[in-house]
Design a protein around this ligand. Structure first.
Ligand code: CO
Length: 424
């Protein structure tokens, strides 16, 4: 469990998730490829590609010809607040920061807790610019509540307006310049910082307690960690190209150059096809499979009525398979059956989630990735409480269940008979 908590601590933003994942891949013998160059691939080779410094696709080739792609995908980003251009301003005795919300946070959970700032900055060089990551790590902002004496209704109703109520305090007036601090942290002159993507984040380290794990960003770093760990631990089946995709921008709809809606995965898959001597991907896709991994809602103990009582996962109950008739989750009869068989063989318990029939529920990246590379896909996750809170809770044991399931997925030699039958 400490390994997951370490991973989360190293990954305050999507840039850090991608960067730290790349470092773990490098340590395991994976070689970085550039999208801008020709790829020299070798049988049995292990590679990864980054896009925008915030999405990563890692893959391991088989010794022989490629017969299928077995993939796990998760997302690198979490709901947060993004700092605006020249964010610092003073007033009412304090310095404040201008921010915009990123994704759908539970606002109240971000109040009255120490927040830090991390992201990337673009620093002027002699010939242009370069990217540097920054993580201040120390608490350096707080979004203060108003006192209950000034809002007697706050325990009954407390709407929070992001433009008014969620403006963070950076310090006492005159406490210094954030930009100077960022510049010093990356070893640059303030005037040489030409661009940035900086976010507030919760720097509190996760904890394991009474069978549960509470931490920031469990959605979706619990799954990102599990997908990466599985790729590193698996011994993929003969003919399998094992692929792990970590996409940015799921929390804002994935429609970016590095998101699941971009042709990033398709271009990687097409290059693997070309290397393997295939004319296109079609020959593989029938026998290929993706697990789109994003955390699921556990039934809430105080509000069990918010779940469909017969399709309500529990923390610690194993991997959740997510279903939705409107296909916001990609799971269908075929992908459900294949994934269940994989889990059955691996001895991993599965449980099933549907939204309550009168609730819209969320969405994730599986159906969006399918618009680029269409293949049998199951939506899965670990059951958790308080999704999109600054402090989320899940079961410690479900991380291991997910690692076991995804490892088994990479080790499965899936073959389609072309008539709706599969050997698993
Ligand atoms: Co998510």
């Amino acid at each position: 469990m400490e390994a997951l908590l370490d991973y989360i601590a190293q990954c305050p933003t999507a840039f850090h998730t991608a960067g730290h994942s790349a470092a773990l891949l490098e340590a395991a013998g994976y070689t970085r490829l550039a999208e801008t160059e020709e790829w020299q691939l070798t049988p049995g080779g292990k590679y990864y590609v980054m896009r925008n410094g915030s999405s990563v696709i890692a893959f391991r080739l088989p010794e022989g010809r490629v017969a299928r792609l077995m993939m796990a995908a998760a997302h690198t980003d979490s709901p947060s607040f993004k700092l605006n251009e020249d964010p610092q301003f003073a007033g009412v005795g304090v310095e404040r920061l201008s921010v915009e919300k990123y994704g759908g946070s539970i606002y109240a959970t971000w109040l009255d807790r120490p927040l830090s700032i991390a992201g990337r900055v673009l620093v002027r060089t002699e010939g242009g610019v370069e990217t540097r990551l920054v993580d201040l790590r120390q608490p350096c902002a707080v979004i203060p509540n108003v006192a209950i004496h000034m809002n007697r209704q706050m325990n009954e109703k407390n709407a929070l307006n992001p433009a008014v109520d969620l403006v963070p305090v950076y310090g006492l007036e005159g406490c210094g310049s954030l930009k100077a601090r960022i510049a010093a942290a990356v070893g640059a002159e303030e005037k040489d910082i030409l661009g940035d993507d900086l976010f507030l984040y919760n720097p509190q380290r996760g904890v394991e307690w009474n069978g549960l794990v509470s931490a920031p960003r469990l959605d979706d770093l619990q799954c990102a960690y599990a997908a990466l760990r599985s790729l590193l631990e698996a011994e993929p089946a003969e003919g399998t190209a094992a692929v792990c995709c970590l996409f940015d921008n799921e929390e804002v709809g994935s429609q970016t150059k590095q998101g699941a809606a971009a042709p990033f995965l398709r271009s990687v898959a097409e290059r693997i096809a070309a290397w393997s001597g295939e004319r296109d991907l079609t020959a593989w896709l029938a026998s290929s499979f993706m697990a789109s991994c994003d955390n699921a809602h556990a039934q809430h103990p105080n509000h069990p009525e918010l779940a469909d009582s017969r399709h309500a996962p529990r923390m610690g109950g194993g991997v959740v398979i997510k279903h939705n008739a409107a296909q916001h989750y990609t799971t269908d009869g075929v992908s459900d059956a294949i994934f269940r068989l994989i889990c059955e063989k691996a001895g991993v318990a599965v449980q099933h989630y549907n939204n309550r029939a009168d609730m819209a529920g969320g969405s994730t990246l599986g159906n969006i990735a399918n618009t680029q590379v269409a293949l049998n896909t199951v939506d899965v996750g670990c059951a958790q409480l308080a999704m999109h809170s600054a402090w989320e809770t899940a079961a410690a044991s479900d991380t291991q269940a997910m690692v076991k399931a995804l490892t088994a997925l990479y080790e499965t030699a899936l073959v389609s008979d072309g008539k709706g039958g599969y050997s698993v």
